[in-house]
Design a protein around this ligand. Sequence first.
Ligand code: MN
Ligand code: MG
Length: 680
Amino acid sequence: MSGTVRQPGPVLAAPARRTTARGATRTLRRLASGLGMGLGLGVGLVLSMLSPAQAAELRLRVLQTSDIHMNLLSYDYYQDRDTAEFGLARTVTLIHQARAESPNSLLFDNGDLLQGNPLGDVVARVHPLAADQVHPAYKVLNLLGVDAANLGNHEFNYGLPFLRQAIAGANFPYLNANVMDADGQRHAFQPSVMLTREMVDEQGHPRRLKIGVIGLTPPQIMEWDRQNLSGRVQVRDMVEVAREQVPALRRQGADLVIVIAHTGIDKTELPRLSENMAAQLARVPGVDALLLGHAHTEFPGPSFSGYPGVDLAQGRLFGVPAVMPGRWGDHLGVIDLRLSDRGGRWQVIHSQSSLRPIFDRANRRSLAAADPMPAVVIAREHQATLDHVRSEVARTEVPIHSYFSQVTESESVRLVAQAQLAYAKRAVQGTALERLPMLSAAAPFKSGGRQGWTQYTDIPAGPVAIKHVADLYVYPNTIKVLKLTGAQVRDWLEMSAGQFRRIDPAGPAEQPLLDTAYPGFNFDMMWGADGALQYAIDLSQPARFNRDGQPVGDTHRIVDLRWRGQPLDDVAEFLVVTNNYRAFGGGHFPALGADKVVVDAPDETREALAHYLASAPGAGAASAGTDRATAGPSWRILPVPGVKLRFLSGAAGARYLGDGAAVTWVKDNGDGSAWYELAR
Ligand code: MN
Ligand code: MG
């Protein structure tokens, strides 16, 4: 007999179907088959007479949040103040609006929910969730009426027992189809769900739809959370799993299949087990909508212009409706689908993906007030987090400031570089990259000048709190690791040395050091672990590169560049830890770009710094000053005989001068700035 009407395979909660246009068509087909007529002319005629009158259309709005990273409230715990720029509390307002505009909607969360700010740490580590407590993320999401959620990579950060305990408090299904038990045979989590939902078609008739949903997470969790997962679970390739799960849901009678994938969009075809597989997932047959995340980018959005298969006008990827809503609740992802049941089954006949921002970046204006619900239901956890960020996590024996960070090694920048090193060492652990020597590059972000003469990092000796992290690292950058040759490392430092003016040994007795047109945030300094990298800067030479990274002469300002005491080998390979801005070409540094990135971590540098500061004594700010004293600075400016090297900085830096300081006072300019001089 014809298989037209059979639904093979297990049917979950098979609902009694109403007599709809589709039901009628099926009855006719069954009749036709029974009479031994194929789908011949006669039946075709009947169908075409039936369809125009009885085919229904239905609008379904699919809403998505992703990468909330515990920003349930619009509160910046590092700055210790409210913000209008992120936070699920504001996205909730947009969710309510979007639901009110559409007859049918579904809401999904795409993971990286449970970790990423001090609130996440407080719930997992500081005051660990008790057996009878609901995780604050689910106090909020349960009230939001989430239909299903996916596990992101960061869900594994606090270990499997915590994850299982936390998601047990969710009153919606948690999905993952590509993490298997240790034996590789069984799914470690629920791979998919068949949601049965009563919806309303355009004629106002109730319609029951079955929506198959699967969840996927990057296989890299086995590297990033090796200590939590090794020997406990195995991972499979996201695309291979989707090729099995999507048709299985179809066979089980799904009217629609939605793939929630914690993955981003890459420009190139990637090998199996890759991290950002959206383009390949979109080409798995039978996917009606693709919900993306992980990369913290915005789709549809201009950054994906020209990517293969991208339709920015409709928001599609290889023809499949797709959306990725940034991060931290800064956008709500919306996919509007128009379905028709013409032909006997629901099909997507139109789609439009869009993003709804909570904040107008161009005009610095809020677009969504915070919904009061999250603040009410997690008031206790929020207060515990405030207490935590305001409390001491480390002590520093020396003040940490950036007044002289453009001309001498500064503890304020060195700490950032050391935190990056600690993070990246863990990230490459157990990979082929582990054997390569690692350097870390960081620049002074708060260096006065055009930012204003009060804009310096300035943390007094004594207690260091989590919120000081914002003073040390003002940008929400993420960590990247590049693989470079020794020659490229040398050029990086040469480019940085463009911050200085050329000093003429035969010129005036006092000469200014800094080219004030050069932004401080492009003055990268580099460190290895335990003082492994050393170099000096010879300012009697002209800069090797211009502002665009083009060589302007065969001169060298970087001299005596040494790795573990030996001259740095130009053909040796190095890993260099930096931020996303620099890694992807910010500042036009020679040779830097996406092709050099070997660890594309979505994690914030600030987050790494907070963990570094709070880590065991001896590793963080607690040791500030002491290991610097033993290792000595990584770099220095060579004296130019007969010339006093002077620079401008904030006048408030005067309190850090004294015996043995690398800098001496010259004069106050009366406008908040002062002239200083390198001590010799
Ligand atoms: Mn994320
Ligand atoms: Mg992620």
